[in-house]
Write a protein that binds this ligand. Structure first.
Ligand SMILES: Cc1cc2nc3c(=O)[nH]c(=O)nc-3n(C[C@H](O)[C@H](O)[C@H](O)COP(=O)(O)O)c2cc1C
Ligand SMILES: O=C(O)C(=O)c1ccccc1
Length: 389
């Protein structure tokens, strides 16, 4: 077996093993993919400060996220259709996260249901909520997450309407895949995936089957989303959702200081600075680029996490040093899952922790608390904010 030394190694195996439709779905950004690309290239523009002769014994990557102890400040982000990357992928990812000691976030749009994951794990996981027009259904989802003892509700705000992803539209993305000549030809080359998928507990959306007539046919993810998701979601509705949830609430998809202030106002416990991994508004700034302005606006008032573009422990370190208390990874663990199931997710987490730990040592920092702005050289434009009218 190939020696895995970085996340890119897992990505190559993922691409080989998983049907094109699902690899493309994971890897796509929206439109020209400018934001998707800049999410990673902007991280690369931040440089690190080497420090020497600092006693580096007794280092630790452990920290806390929304009051929970974590082995490192990295949670697994909610990812729709995870169970199409590997059979029962949500269960496998949740188990890997539990063993490693980091939070797992289950997407509303997952293949395994809330109950499947609760049954397969003991550590509390986070549940990510998409708000639908049918408010009773949203209430039922919240009640199910509560019954499953989820420790945080992650409300995603940047996808009331789906960004256009050209590859998904061309591939006719669906779960399970529709058997067209093109998909059959592709599946024939992915027999490892196919054989394993025969054993899966579920092959369509576990949280929403039965919700609407015909839901197991997600033949067009975009038209289904357009039909079901609530385009009228506003801050007053967000405030009501927060009131309905007893545990911690995390608002995901904040990319603007003004919105971050609103998140504080409605009483969220944390925000995730995110552009949905470059899958929504193409042309939006990268998360790492807007983080300084958001820290300036709400730092100290609310816990700030960041995702979009994290592919290494160095990226995690950069986000923390700029003020985030934690991060989320999406594709970085999905590559591992698609490549090798639970073991691949563990490998991805191991790779990231090793990189974080080594980088901390070489920057002369021993703990997550010690990571500060002093160890970074940040391009000037990163500190910029939108012009106020
Ligand atoms: C394949 C895929 C599916 C996603 N599905 C969801 C989802 O169901 N809910 C959600 O809040 N975010 C979803 N996201 C966004 C992630 O939670 C996260 O914000 C993003 O992946 C971070 O960027 P990264 O992949 O560069 O780490 C998805 C991302 C990907 C790549
Ligand atoms: O693909 C996504 O990014 C996502 O969040 C989503 C939205 C609707 C249905 C499935 C996944």
């Amino acid at each position: 077996m190939a020696v895995i030394t970085n996340i890119g190694d897992l990505k190559k195996i993922h691409e080989r093993r998983v049907p094109r439709m699902f690899y493309d779905y994971a890897e796509s950004g929206s439109w020209t993919e400018q934001t998707f690309r800049e999410n990673t290239t902007d991280f690369d523009q931040i440089r690190l400060r080497q420090r020497v002769a600092v006693d580096m014994t007794g280092r630790s990557t452990s920290s806390t996220m929304v009051g929970q102890d974590v082995a490192m400040p990295v949670a697994l982000a909610p990812v729709g259709l995870t169970g199409m990357q590997h059979a029962d992928g949500e269960i496998k990812a949740a188990r890997a996260a539990e063993k490693f000691g980091v939070p797992y976030t289950l997407s509303t749009m997952s293949i395994n249901s809330i109950e499947d994951v609760a049954e397969a794990t003991t550590a509390p996981f986070w549940f990510q909520l998409y708000t639908m027009k049918d408010e009773d259904y949203v209430d039922r989802l919240i009640a199910r997450a509560n019954a499953a003892k989820c420790s945080a509700l992650v409300i995603t705000l940047d996808l009331q309407i789906l960004g256009q992803r050209h590859k998904d539209l061309k591939n006719g993305l669906s779960a399970p895949p529709k058997l067209t000549a093109k998909t059959i030809a592709n599946l024939a080359t992915k027999w490892g995936w196919g054989i394993e998928m025969l054993s899966a507990k579920r092959r369509n959306f576990g949280n929403i089957v039965g919700h609407v007539e015909g839901i197991s046919d997600t033949s067009s993810l975009s038209s289904w989303t357009a039909e079901q998701f609530d385009p009228a979601l506003d801050w007053s509705k967000v405030a009501k959702l927060i009131e309905k949830w007893d545990g911690k609430t995390i608002l995901k998809g904040i990319l603007d200081a003004e919105d971050a202030k609103m998140a504080v106002k409605v009483g969220a416990d944390a925000i995730v600075v995110s552009n949905h991994g470059g899958r929504q508004l193409d042309g939006a700034l990268s998360s790492i680029r807007v983080l300084p302005s958001i820290m300036q606006a709400v730092g100290g008032e609310i816990e700030v996490m960041l995702d979009s573009g994290i592919r290494s422990g160095q990226d995690v370190l950069k986000a923390i040093a700029l003020g985030a208390s934690g991060t989320m990874i999406g594709r970085a663990y999905i590559y591992g899952l698609g490549a090798m199931g639970q073991q691949g997710v563990t490998m991805a987490l191991d790779v990231i922790r090793k990189e974080l730990d080594t980088t901390m040592a070489l920057c002369g920092r021993r703990t997550i608390d010690e990571l500060d702005r002093d160890i970074l050289l940040v391009p000037e434009g990163f500190e910029g904010v939108w012009q106020q009218n």
